[in-house]
Ligand binder design. Structure first.
Ligand SMILES: [Zn+2]
Length: 495
């Protein structure tokens, strides 16, 4: 090769490299976040650097309303444009619009995020930014203003530089832990919105599960349990579930746990998120660890039911994503003897669901009434899909086992839905998937009880399935007998 040609090739390669780098720099999206505090309050200072639109108008998005919370803009203060141009806030349409010279390639803004309520964090406030001098917990959708171009649900990359102390300051999020320079690649808007970021005085427990990382970030000292109980519980639960789904594909999983204020009772809540779940519980002597076991199992089950197998239309399939999650929570705890609980625990929990369902004033409401407004505002409607769905899953599991002489169960349907999880869970698709497992067409039963909401005739159903029951408080309840335990068909997995 002549020197000239060689030189040309080198130049050409350099040219490609330079232009590629420019292209990716030009498109890149970056944030620098610091946690500022004084003795009374604290804030997150965010500097955002992003691509400008060629037409001179660049639109950014911040959700004012999410997960039943209104006025989330209240926690965002002091939005400033650090580049030449003009910025206006269109809160009603969730927009921040920047007008600038069309020749500009990049823009910078800064904003601060503050907790927008005084006093302790109660369960009602968990879904708002929590920013205290000692720590913060903020969900992705509340932390990051996004360019409108990132909200079309195509994957994009972003980087976050955390300007926080190197020592005695922990960081964990749905996308990793300990990193001060965090690169989040190939993420969609939905995944980013359903994520959590925590920092501050958390204790981080990193675990290894068959080569995959599981991390618990927990803060405060708890009256009802110590960290090792939570670590054990988390390990056992995740191992059992990953075995059930035969899915060890998640290289990293984050669990965050914060205390909430509840002086007189036991309360907890959790949210299944991208690669993670966020847990909040009352820190007092009344906290029942068994309830936490349940919550943890429910939330982690959402990795598959809800997040992998997705609802076609959110609240419309909550009977599935919440109800079936509850059913598999009870079932997996009992089968795997998590926290030493067994079939007796299953029967107890199932009976309490029956009671709550049949005492509900909305027991006969059609599925269409389980909509965004009712679900987030009315406790009876929020409970309904969990209860109705769990009872429905039990009936279906029993029917499939009966029709297949114990050869098949609802587990097979679930695994099939998981294998075909590119298809979202719609009503016709669910009926079509279940039908081959049953002797009779299942659609009329589904329409009557799930779509129209007619209460299940539990006595008839228990009789048909050959289960022992008694009626107490005019609600049929399963008896805790060896016959019923064997009829559940719960066979323990091989150790
Ligand atoms: Zn749930």
């Amino acid at each position: 090769m002549s020197y000239k040609l060689h030189f040309f090739l080198v130049c050409f390669i350099l040219l490609i490299m330079t232009s590629c780098r420019e292209a990716s720099d030009k498109k890149s999206l970056s944030y620098e976040i610091s946690h500022k505090k004084n003795s009374n309050d604290a804030l997150l200072q965010v500097d955002m650097n992003f691509e400008a639109s060629e037409d001179g108008t660049t639109t950014l998005i911040y959700q004012d309303k999410a997960w039943g919370q209104d006025s989330l803009f209240n926690s965002i203060r002091d939005i400033r444009l650090l580049s030449e141009g003009k910025l206006r806030i269109e809160r009603d349409s969730n927009k921040i619009v920047v007008e600038h010279d069309p020749s500009m390639e990049r823009l910078k803004i800064s904003y601060t995020l503050e907790q927008d309520y005084k006093g302790p964090t109660t369960s009602r406030k968990v879904y708002r930014p929590i920013i205290q001098p000692e720590y913060f917990q903020v969900f992705g959708q509340n932390l990051l203003i996004l360019p409108e171009s990132a909200t079309n649900n195509e994957a994009f990359d972003l980087s976050i530089t955390w300007s926080v102390p190197e020592k005695d300051y922990s960081l964990q999020s749905s996308f990793g832990n300990h990193q001060r320079n965090q690169i989040i690649s190939d993420v969609t808007q939905d995944e980013l919105y359903s994520s959590v970021f925590v920092g501050g005085d958390f204790r981080i427990h990193d675990m290894d599960l068959q080569g995959n990382q599981v991390a618990l970030a927990i803060r405060d000292s708890w009256e009802a349990f110590d960290d090792s109980t939570m670590v054990e519980l988390l390990k056992n639960t995740l191992m059992a579930q990953r075995k059930f789904w035969n899915d060890h594909s998640q290289p990293y999983f984050s669990v965050t746990m914060i205390p909430i204020f509840e002086p007189n009772g036991s309360s907890w809540q959790g949210t299944g998120l991208t690669n993670s779940f966020a847990l909040a519980a009352s820190n007092n002597e009344y906290l029942e660890v068994q309830g936490l076991v349940y919550l943890l199992n429910h939330e982690l089950q959402h990795n598959w039911i809800g997040l992998t197998i997705k609802n076609d239309n959110e609240e419309e399939q909550y009977w599935f994503s919440e109800g079936f999650t509850d059913y598999y929570t009870m079932k997996n705890i009992a089968i795997n003897r998590i926290y030493d609980l067994d079939e007796k625990f299953f029967i107890q929990e199932f009976n309490s669901k029956l009671k709550n369902l049949y005492k509900s004033p909305v027991v006969a409401s059609p599925n269409s009434e389980i909509n965004y407004d009712n679900f987030w505002k009315d406790r009876h409607y929020s409970d309904l899909p969990y209860l109705r769905g769990a009872v429905f899953a039990f009936i279906l599991d029993q029917q499939i086992q009966r029709d297949s002489n114990g050869g098949k169960s609802l587990d097979d349907v679930m695994k099939q839905l998981h294998e075909n999880s590119d298809t979202k869970l719609s009503h016709p698709y669910f009926v079509k998937t279940v039908n081959p497992y049953l002797k009779e067409d299942f659609e009329p039963f589904f329409n009557r009880h799930i779509v129209d909401g007619e209460p299940f005739e539990m006595e008839t159903i228990f009789k048909d399935l050959g289960l022992d029951y008694q009626v107490s408080d005019s609600i049929p309840q399963l008896n805790d007998t060896p016959l019923n335990i064997s009829k559940l068909g719960f066979t323990s997995p091989a150790p």
